[in-house]
Design a protein around this ligand. Structure first.
Ligand code: MSK
Length: 663
């Protein structure tokens, strides 16, 4: 009997895939089975930077000293390929950030009345970080203008360093200076790195890989951090919110609209518009009971953590959502959007709406977004979806399964939850790590991938890590993988966490997996680890902390940029799947051993999830040992500290002074 291939660890997804197969409908899961990756390109051994090639390092030409037509070696080619991935990833995040900065500027200049500054406190915090003076009753919009202009300068700066570099611990900054990777201006780093990868320029693998770190730092401490901050200023800094996750979020008797992609500003407008009484009345006039908004991928994360908008899931769930037959319109902005959606949507009644001039798909309806007319465009989209509701056909597989989730743990909230408004700090987390209650912290991030039982690696690692008393910070589609399994709730700590982590989660009332946000919000991990370093008692830099980053199912170039900026900042990172540089031992060694020596971070690729787990715990335990913390033993803790509940904290707050963060 032929062995059944499990395509997704998400039961409901598997059900939809099977339904599709029985109806002759193809998805990324089928295409992943049919299209085997090119083994030469997959290992980083194909050079196609000029038209003398592509030169393939295969067969007799597969040794490290083998040469392409120009004489480039395999390590040159492999490192150049990785650098190109990091550049593309950094460009994606930072271009998104640029758009956010221009929206902030438009708001400050009164060019759009559809958006406003929602979190003035965060605006002031960012202004403080940027050394902008804003006393004496300066108007909020004037502060916002100064902040926007100061951050916009980060894109075009030719010399000096990015504004946010100073948010990193001094020792971390010193390492960057020593190795010449402090990013100057975002666009300069991207252009220079592209130049280096052109035929006949940089041929030294180590130098190319340092460039990968620099261009990625311009993402992490530049674009992504800017985007996170501005999104918080404009739409609110997230706080825990209850919502739902799974294909069961769609409603049979309501107009279902999905927002998919990464940029939150149009999605924010759509959230407003679907609640307008006239729009609801219009939906009713077409026979629907109301309008139901759901999210997909990172646009989902943005509106999930700020408004509790339910999520249908991550990257590999996008086609499957359409196959429920319940989606009247899916509006997409940028990044991680499968062009296959359009062809698939023709089998149902779903309309795919592209909204960015940068991201069009042949056959899709295009309604171009312009932040100056944001609400008007959002109304046009919602009305378009409502008009499509009567076209809904019987086809599709309706799914009821959905899970509760608690999302929205911004770094500000994580700080707040450890001491309330006046005593907010990272002290309790550091203490819990020092005492051995919490063994370490893992950023569980990145995409889900149809080349493995999708979402399965995230779920396996999430459960095993919390069992081992490791606190998880989750972002991107990793959050969806956990959310659609019911893992993002406090009860998860009671049922699955080790004794120390469970105690901490119970005392604070939080899940052991903290949903931090979208892919750009991996910058929050940098902020959190910097805050831990500033708090004292652990490492005085990011490197050396019992902290690891994991992207077990990564597929996007943005993930490479994230992995590189975390590694350069001092976090060992482990990616799942085969290594995109496996063809070169030299390159692999630089990214693991050499980077660890220089930055205390590394970038590994490891397809076996059990080995990802053991390597993670090994890194954490080695860091604990180097910091001379007590040896981790489950259930045995160091010096007792009283973990305060909210009532006790409020009592303390009455007598305390406000804490002013420096990070
Ligand atoms: S959406 S980059 S599949 S995390 Fe941010 Fe998900 Fe990966 Fe896209």
């Amino acid at each position: 009997m032929e062995k059944k291939i499990v395509k997704s660890a998400n039961e409901a997804a598997e059900q939809i895939i099977e339904w599709g197969e029985s109806h002759g409908i193809e998805t990324c899961f089928d295409r992943a089975q049919r299209l085997k990756p090119c083994p030469i390109g997959a290992a980083g051994a194909c050079c196609k930077t000029c038209h003398m090639g592509p030169c393939r390092f295969v067969g007799k030409n597969a040794e490290e000293e083998a040469r392409g037509v120009c004489g480039a070696t395999l390590p040159t080619v492999a490192s150049r390929n990785l650098l190109r991935m990091a550049i593309a990833g950094s460009a994606a995040h930072t271009d998104h950030a640029r758009d956010m900065a221009f929206i902030l500027l438009a708001v400050a200049n009164g060019e759009t009345s559809d958006f406003r500054i929602t979190d003035v406190r965060k605006l002031y915090k960012v202004a403080g970080i940027l050394d902008i003076e804003f006393g004496n009753g300066m108007a909020v919009n004037d502060v916002a203008r100064d902040v926007a202009l100061r951050l916009i300068k980060d894109f075009g700066r030719q010399k000096g360093e990015l504004n946010y570099i100073k948010r990193a611990p001094n020792k971390t900054q010193e390492r960057w200076k020593k190795w010449g990777i402090t990013p100057r201006g975002i666009d300069r780093e991207i252009t220079e790195a592209m130049h280096r990868t052109h035929m006949g320029v940089d041929h030294a693998p180590d130098n190319l890989l340092l460039s990968a770190l620099r261009v990625s730092l311009a993402d992490g401490w530049g674009g992504s951090m800017i985007s996170t901050d501005i999104t918080d200023i404009l739409f609110g800094t997230p706080r825990p919110v209850k919502a739902e996750a799974g294909f069961g979020i769609f409603k049979e008797d309501e107009v279902n609209i999905v927002v998919h992609g990464h940029e939150p500003s149009l999605a924010e407008m759509i959230v407003d518009v679907v609640n307008e009484p006239e729009m609801i009345a219009y939906a009713k006039s077409k026979g629907a009971k109301g309008i139901n908004l759901g999210g997909m991928c990172c646009t989902a994360n943005e509106v999930l953590m700020r408004h509790g908008i339910p999520t249908a899931g991550g990257f590999t769930n996008q086609e499957l959502a359409i196959m429920t037959g319940l989606i009247d319109a899916i509006t997409v902005d940028v990044q991680c959007i499968m062009p296959a959606l359009v062809e698939l949507s023709r089998k149902f009644h779903t309309k795919v709406i592209t909204t960015s001039y940068k991201a069009k798909i042949p056959g899709a309806v295009h309604i171009e977004y312009d932040e100056h007319r944001a609400k008007e465009i959002a109304r046009e989209i919602v009305k378009f979806a409502i008009d499509n509701y009567p076209n809904r056909k019987a086809e599709g597989i309706h799914i009821n399964q959905k899970f509760p989730v608690i999302a929205g743990f911004s770094h500000e909230y994580i700080e707040y939850m450890q001491g309330g408004r006046w005593r907010a700090s990272f002290r309790p987390l550091n203490d819990a790590i020092m005492a051995g209650r919490i063994r370490g912290v893992v950023g569980l991030a990145g995409c889900d991938n149809p080349r493995v039982p999708s979402q399965g690696l995230h779920r396996f690692l999430a459960v095993e890590l919390i069992k081992n008393d490791v606190l998880i910070l989750s972002t991107g589609c990793g959050s969806h993988a956990c959310g659609t399994a019911g893992y993002l709730i406090p009860e998860m700590a009671l049922e699955n966490a080790g004794p120390g982590l469970r105690e901490v989660c119970e005392a604070i009332g939080v899940p052991p997996i903290l949903h931090l946000g979208s892919c750009v919000d991996n910058s929050r991990i940098l902020t959190i680890v910097s805050a831990m370093a500033a708090e004292g008692g652990l490492s005085d830099e990011i490197g050396g902390m019992p902290v690891v980053g994991i992207a077990p199912e990564w597929m996007s170039e943005k993930a490479i940029s994230i992995g590189c900026y975390l590694a350069a900042s001092g976090v060992p990172v482990i990616f799942g799947g085969e290594s995109p540089v496996s063809a070169s031992e030299e390159v692999t060694k630089i990214m693991t051993e050499v980077w660890f020596e220089r930055f205390k971070g590394a970038l590994h690729f490891e397809p076996d999830p059990e080995k990802i787990l053991s390597l993670t715990l090994e890194y954490i335990d080695r860091a604990r040992e180097a910091l001379k913390l007590r040896k981790y033993e489950p259930g045995k803790f160091g010096a007792e500290r009283v973990l305060l509940d909210m009532a006790a904290r409020r009592e303390l707050e009455k007598a305390a002074k406000p804490h002013i963060g420096i990070y």
